[in-house]
Design a protein around this ligand. Structure first.
Ligand SMILES: [Zn+2]
Length: 282
């Protein structure tokens, strides 16, 4: 539409800089976590039914594992501080700090004004996948979550088993509060096992069949006391469509592991962000 300036090519050739160099972030002690995990024992598990969600508690210093159990299935993960659900996972800042897809050793960061690590990804059996030729990768921070509002906007349908609704119902049941009171605490997700990217030509969000197979799992270390919510997305492996009952869907298994006493010596749960919150007020 507009005429480019004479130096348009030169402007395009300016090399990008990483906005938040990862070496400036406080690093997790992955060796300590691995040692603690080696001695850890399972204390609870829950099976998330297809097209539904469940909540689960993970005390600070414990691990939780999400496993594909019967067939290829992606999950939409929410996490909250167990003592204050206003503190919740912040996909936008996590994406800015780490990238579009979460990898082993990277963290899930919480919302303002808390902004601290909530969980650290410690194992991913699908870490071999990397980025494919389309720019697709696993466990994205860009897809928000499937929801009935967008579905109504696009199709006029009233579909009640989108991840947003599943998570709202699960949170309502877990907290024993009305769904209207908790819906606004459901937030943008980590898209567990989902294979997605932004198309190189138009920047549009795309999905493709997930390579996840039964037995594949992700594991996280809980940095603070967590309440988790996981929805087994109605999209199944998200190879074709979501927000409907068309795709084949399978359950997801969540297991929580407690480390042995003293296994985390030297580790402490991160404090809330140190910013004084005065915002330049006079
Ligand atoms: Zn979904």
């Amino acid at each position: 539409m507009h005429t480019p300036p004479k130096n348009a090519e030169a402007l395009r050739k300016i090399k990008p800089v990483i906005s938040y160099p990862p070496e400036t972030l406080p690093a997790p002690d992955l060796e300590l976590y691995a040692k603690a995990r080696a001695s850890a024992e399972k204390i609870t598990e829950c099976l998330v039914p297809p097209r539904d969600a469940r909540c689960f508690d993970v005390p600070a210093g414990h691990f939780f594992r999400i496993t594909s159990v019967e067939g290829p299935q992606v999950g939409d993960l929410n996490i909250w501080s167990a003592t204050n659900i206003d503190e919740r996972f912040y996909t936008g800042k996590t994406r800015a700090l780490h990238g579009s897809h979460l990898k082993t050793g990277q963290r899930m960061w919480s919302s303002f004004p808390y902004l601290r690590p909530m969980a650290t990804m410690t194992t991913d059996t699908l870490d071999w996948y990397g980025f494919d030729e389309f720019g697709g990768a696993l466990h994205d921070l860009i897809g928000t979550r499937c929801d009935p509002y967008t579905q109504a906007l696009l199709t006029g349908d009233m579909y009640h088993h989108c991840c947003h609704s599943n998570l709202s119902r699960a949170l309502s049941q877990h907290l024993e509060r009305p769904i209207e009171a908790v819906e606004s605490y459901v937030h943008d997700v980590l898209n567990v096992f989902m294979c997605t990217g932004l198309s190189r030509d138009t920047g549009q969000y795309f999905m493709k069949a997930s390579p996840v197979r039964p037995g594949d799992y992700l594991e996280f270390f809980a940095e603070i006391d967590l309440l988790g919510g996981l929805s087994a997305c109605p999209g199944g492996d998200c190879s074709a469509e979501h927000s409907s009952d068309v795709a084949a869907c399978y359950p997801l298994l969540v297991e929580v592991y407690a480390p042995a006493n003293n296994a985390l010596e030297g580790w402490s749960s991160p404090q809330q962000n140190s910013y004084d919150r005065t915002h330049g007020r006079i």
